[in-house]
Design a protein around this ligand. Structure first.
Ligand code: NDP
Length: 807
């Protein structure tokens, strides 16, 4: 008997609304369902291959070539060869190619969306309405940057933006399977816009849309070799990472592989950006609009089957409303529809692969074993294919596996809190820091919490919003570097002068020769043993734990003093002092920080005669005078910058504004250079503290006694104790301890190549940010090289806070 409309209306049953895959099948058949790599504008003939399957049906979609190291090498050679001609184009010409990409994506949007859903298992609603429009937006946006960068001259780009920067060179990119085409766009568009050439590897599970984009590259006439797509698994990725002729690696994927890549690139000058995992908190306060929060959760954890790096996978709800919220969530979960990704009325599609399916189910079982209560709705699942029910875990302990580990599936782990302070503590209680959602109708609560969570992206009363103009990327073990926006462009650029910079070894040799020439003219003779120099920790002078001192000699080889020999305990004490001091300092008004820096400058001037006299011992009187005056100038410069290196406001195409706040990184470890012992040290310490970081610095070993004058200046300049800590000793030893210390957030090495490699290796544990000179000599006397935005950028990380705004 036929059902009446009234009956149907009551049951609210959906009929099937299948998307037609025939165009995609035709496309696959036209290629005999076999694909090679796209290298130097040509398709290779597949030798070794792998299969890519539709996770919803298990059907093989296509057979794809598996790249060996030799294929990667050919792709890199093609990218290298294409670089000069690509960079010789005008910014406008490069922009035209990116614009053409955007247009082609729009023209073929449905084919790309269906292909993406078939290869990945994500619902067509998401690929059609979210992923593909964002891909087009990304190419349009970056076509704009290509245009505005202008043309490349000897001194870098000549446009208004990024003046003086040049492309980094050949870029290797490795992307995951959760947003195959969107990640392709996030990587390729900025790299090409900035004048680089690319070798990219899509994930083994989802290679097809990247292949379709390579076809588009050929259609739009992109010059050969500018974009190369190689396919394969982890080994292919590793071959890209290890290739000696790649200048930068951009990676999105697991924290575990991020660590492997950090290690593998440690001994090279490759630039690196890592977009890694997360365990993002979804905070709901008792005054939140609970129904909106539930809809937010649907996007936060069930979007893309929860296979989202920034998924709101940890629900933190204020105790008073917890049960009410859980009831609403359960009721909403009962209405979620799991099924064929190509059905337009489906909310949750298929899990990408059996491996991932097993991983998710295993983690849920672990959560239950550790005490969580598991709830799943009584909803039907398709009989075949990799489908999972949406899952709610309550009674989760903050330290349990499901509260700490990324599940990367449709599983929400929930905990409660009582006060905003407890909410922040719980939110920050993982090693990650990718994203956070804050739900509260009270703007004060929402913005106060947003300021305190350690996350690169914060959504207020919203979830999972992305736009090409708004940077995306993590704090802490969620990686470093940003994708999108102006910040994202910097990942693919370097200051032009760094290309021409000499190596440290060359400069040391030149200085040696110069010194022997000057010996007769400005030798001062010995000043005798100085007064006792100590470590400077927590605002106090401290004896070295080792009980040893080391001798410090002047240029003539005469003893001028003794410096304390620091060891790992001194470093531990300094890091312990730096953390609380830094927390307070970061919250100190920029205006106040500026005054302290001005005061430092003033007090330096007071001691000019004494400092110049001591510095002369190491660098000669002529350099000492200039070095001192430049140091004072630097202090004034960074005092000026304190309240001017500000964030920006983005206007994404939604009813939101995005506040791109520049925040301090935390505790920064600094290995200062030898060549300009005072100026080099201050050129690194001052921008770090100007931006609200605390510092543990190892001064130049050969001129370590100079630090006694510095700490006396700090002591008399209202600089809170612990904001700057100075530990003298052997830089390689102390640098190793600092770079391995899990409570240090960034490490800067401005010594030689060996020190740069050592700190990169050491940083792997907590994936602290690393910045080095890559063994290049920096002209500390040249403001263009030694001060300004390049330094300030490294002293900050951007938090993008999305706030509802407008009609
Ligand atoms: P991976 O980090 O292993 O994969 C990401 C990319 O790196 C893929 O292209 C992969 O190749 C490649 N790769 C793997 N090993 C290496 C290596 N040694 N050197 C260079 N490249 C390598 O993530 P998985 O796909 O294995 O997923 C595992 C877990 O990672 C997920 O469950 C999830 O928790 C997390 N993840 C996080 C993502 C994020 O966006 N933050 C994205 C994807 C996963 P291939 O896939 O071909 O093996």
């Amino acid at each position: 008997m036929a059902t009446s409309i009234v009956e149907k209306f009551h049951s609210m049953e959906y009929g099937p609304a299948p998307e037609d895959p025939s165009e995609v099948n035709k496309w696959l058949d036209a290629h005999q369902r076999t694909f090679g790599h796209y290298i130097n504008g040509e398709w290779t003939k597949p030798a070794t291959t792998f299969e890519t399957r539709n996770p919803a049906t298990g059907d093989v979609l296509a057979t794809v070539a598996q790249a060996e190291a030799a294929d990667v090498d050919r792709a890199v050679k093609a990218a290298r060869a294409a670089l000069p001609a690509w960079q010789a184009l005008t910014g406008h010409q490069r922009a035209r190619y990116l614009y053409a990409f955007a247009r082609q994506v729009q023209k073929h949007s449905r084919r790309l969306a269906v292909l993406e859903s078939m290869d990945n298992g994500k619902s067509i609603r998401e690929s059609r309405d979210i992923d593909i429009p964002l891909v087009a937006r990304h190419f349009y946006y970056h076509a704009g940057w290509a245009q505005l960068l202008g043309d490349l001259t000897d001194t870098g780009f000549d446009g208004e933006e990024f003046r003086g920067y040049t492309p980094v060179g050949v870029v290797g990119q490795i992307i995951p399977w959760n947003f195959p085409l969107l990640m392709f766009a996030w990587k390729v568009a900025p790299a090409l816009a900035a004048g680089n050439t690319v070798v990219i590897k899509p994930a083994e599970f989802t290679p097809l849309t990247a292949i379709a984009m390579a076809e588009i590259a050929a259609e739009v006439g992109l010059p050969k070799g500018v974009l190369n797509v190689v396919n394969g698994a982890g080994e292919t990725g590793a071959a890209i990472v290890e290739h000696p002729d790649i200048d930068k690696i951009a990676f999105t994927g697991s924290t575990e592989v991020g660590r492997i890549i950090r290690k593998a690139t440690a001994k090279t000058p490759k630039k690196l950006s890592l977009e890694l995992g997360g365990k993002s908190p979804f905070l709901v306060f008792d005054d939140a609009d609970l129904d909106s929060a539930v809809e937010g959760l649907v996007d936060g954890i069930w979007f893309n089957q929860g296979q989202v790096c920034c998924a709101g996978s940890r629900l933190l709800v204020q105790e008073r409303v917890a049960e009410r919220l859980y009831d609403k969530i359960r009721a909403r979960m009962e209405t979620l529809r799991v099924g064929s990704p190509l059905d337009k009325a489906i909310d949750i599609g298929a899990i990408v692969d059996q491996v991932q399916y097993d991983r998710i189910t295993k983690l849920v079982a672990m959560g239950i074993a550790e005490g969580a209560t598991c709830w799943q709705p009584e909803i039907p699942l398709p009989k075949n294919g990799l489908f999972l029910k949406p899952t709610l875990l309550t009674d989760v302990h903050p330290s349990s596996t499901v509260a700490q580990q990324e599940i990367f599936g449709p599983v929400l782990a929930s905990m409660t809190f009582r006060t905003p302070a407890e909410a922040v503590e719980l939110a920050n209680n993982t090693p990650y820091g990718l994203a956070a959602c804050v739900w509260s109708e009270n703007i004060n609560v929402a913005l106060d919490v947003a300021a305190q969570v350690k996350a690169g992206v914060v959504w207020i009363n919203s979830t999972n919003l992305f736009d090409a103009a708004c940077g995306f990327g993590g704090y802490r073990e969620s990686g470093y570097g940003r994708e999108g926006g102006k910040e994202g462009m910097y990942e693919y650029l370097v200051p032009a002068w760094t290309h021409a910079a000499k190596s440290k070894a060359e400069v040391v040799q030149e200085a040696r020769e110069q010194r022997s020439e000057n010996r007769d003219h400005d030798g001062n003779g010995s000043v005798g043993i100085d007064r006792t120099v100590k470590q400077y920790i927590g605002g106090k002078q401290a004896r070295p734990d080792s009980g040893y001192s080391f001798a410090v000699y002047n240029r003539e080889g005469e003893l001028v003093g003794e410096a304390p020999l620091g060891n790992r305990k001194d470093i531990r004490n300094a890091v312990e002092a730096a953390r609380p001091a830094g927390n307070k300092w970061a919250k100190t008004a920029a205006h106040t920080r500026a005054q302290v820096l001005y005061y430092i400058a003033e007090n330096l001037i007071q001691r000019r005669e004494e400092i110049v006299r001591k510095l002369s011992e190491f660098v000669g009187e002529a350099q000492a005078q200039v070095e001192f005056d430049s140091s004072v100038d630097r202090a004034f410069t960074y005092a000026a910058w304190c309240d001017k290196f500000e964030g920006s406001v983005h206007n994404p195409p939604f009813r939101m504004v995005t506040l791109a706040m520049k925040e301090a990184i935390g505790t920064v470890a600094i290995l200062a250079p030898d060549d300009a012992p005072l100026l080099g040290l201050l050129s690194l310490v001052l921008p770090a503290i100007a931006m609200g970081n605390s510092v543990v610095a190892v001064p130049s070993e050969r001129a370590a006694t100079i630090m006694s004058d510095l700490y006396q200046v700090f002591d008399t300049s209202d600089l809170p104790g612990g904001v700057v800590n100075l530990v003298a000793g052997r830089p390689m030893e102390l640098g190793k301890t600092l770079s391995e210390h899990d409570d240090v957030d960034a490490v800067w090495s401005f010594r030689d190549e060996a020190a740069a490699a050592m700190v990169k290796l050491g940083s792997t544990g907590n994936l602290k940010q690393v910045w080095t000179n890559e063994g290049r000599a920096i002209d500390w006397f040249h403001p263009k090289h030694a001060q300004g935005a390049w330094y300030l950028k490294h002293a900050t990380q951007v938090k993008n806070i999305w706030v509802p705004y407008g009609e």
